[in-house]
Design a protein around this ligand. Sequence first.
Ligand code: 5CA
Length: 444
Amino acid sequence: MLLSNSFIPVLKNNPSEAKIKSHQLMLRVGMIKQASAGIYSWLPLGFKVMKKIENIVRQEQNKIGAQEILMPTIQSSEIWKESGRYEDYGEEMLRITDRQNREMLYGPTNEEQVTEIFRSSIKSYKSLPQLLYHIQWKFRDEIRPRFGIMRGREFYMKDAYSFDISDDEALYSYNKFFLSYLRTFKKLSLTAIPMAADTGPIGGNLSHEFIILAETGESKIFTDKRIFELNSDDTNLEKKSLDNMRKKYEQYYAVTDEKFNKEKFEKIVLEKNRLITKGIEVGHIFYFGDKYSKAMGASVDLPGGKKDFVKMGSYGIGVSRLVGAIIEAKYDEKNEIMKWPLSVAPYDIAIIPMINKNDNSALDKANNINEELIKNNIDTIIDDTDENFSSKIKKMNLIGAPYQIIIGKKNDGDLLEFKETGGETQNLPLNKIIEIITKQKNSI
Ligand code: 5CA
């Protein structure tokens, strides 16, 4: 992609309305544009990153056998009246009346809609378990939308729902999502820690928030820091193995503030292991048994002939919030350098030629390199503008392709100035550069 043809409206300075670094960077490099309070348009750079995150989330959902569907954004109030949440949800729900005077709403979440779909088709335990998910826009009329897309009113969420025959089987589904979340966040190059959490308006009594550490996060956490040493790269989906995996995490005290108990914390966790800090909630999973299936009559025939209500859980990931969360984790604000993880980077590499008047040799060389990189499935952006060299570097450091090739004054040899964004320059031939990037991409 040529920078001169792209829609990447970069600002010279940080916009004053943005209070945290992810919001600053997203406005600065034109990833998003506010439409109204808490509602944003996604411009090419931001949209590209969000779509890559969405695809990683999707792949990991598919790996545990969840099936993708797409439910509408607008729902009927009828199903919410059945579950009893139409009144409970309060002012966060955006209520709409259609031309026939029917009460509709813009979905803040989809437990009711998916239970309605399930109950009309699945009648027997033989069809269980079912794991369904979709990736869709949600609307919550947050009283204080802030920090850009971090706490928006309209936001993009992956939400999944599980249906099982018994508590025991339902916990097996819960654990599958638990593992898939650890794997998803790892692929995004984030360390997200599961913390026992409150269930809020979703309901139920078992819940974990997946939190990444960040000073600007809105969640307060209390934890044994040894939990950060754990790693779950397992692909084993057997029940026993998943049970052990969750137990491994649950051996350490790790809770959000609603679940915090000072006495217990101080009794269980040695002082040297205590960590009280803040984080960003990027995912949240819930087990709530028959809360919705009972209220909405979603039951199945059991082996002996009796019927029972299905046991359900729901599992959310904030796909749009993750764009901001990755910036919070990776942006070096002081030096104004962003380096996106390769798995979600808007471009793999930036080519920055120093263009002199009356001399096209650097740009010609950039174009040749570009062709070769594209042939090797490497996604590029070339700064082909005639801006001065240092502003070009500054701009590319903000756009954040993880690698850069700089074509300076001396550009006649085979060796290229290559670096990881923000890192040390190395002089390497193009084929070596291609090899390095391809190897990295294949390891994702
Ligand atoms: N139905 C359940 C799980 S499917 C649910 O709605 N859970 S939730 O309320 O915790 O939301 C899931 C995820 O969406 C959160 O972990 C968070 O990452 C993201 N999220 C929630 N509210 C917002 C918001 N206002 N702006 C951006 N992301 C949000």
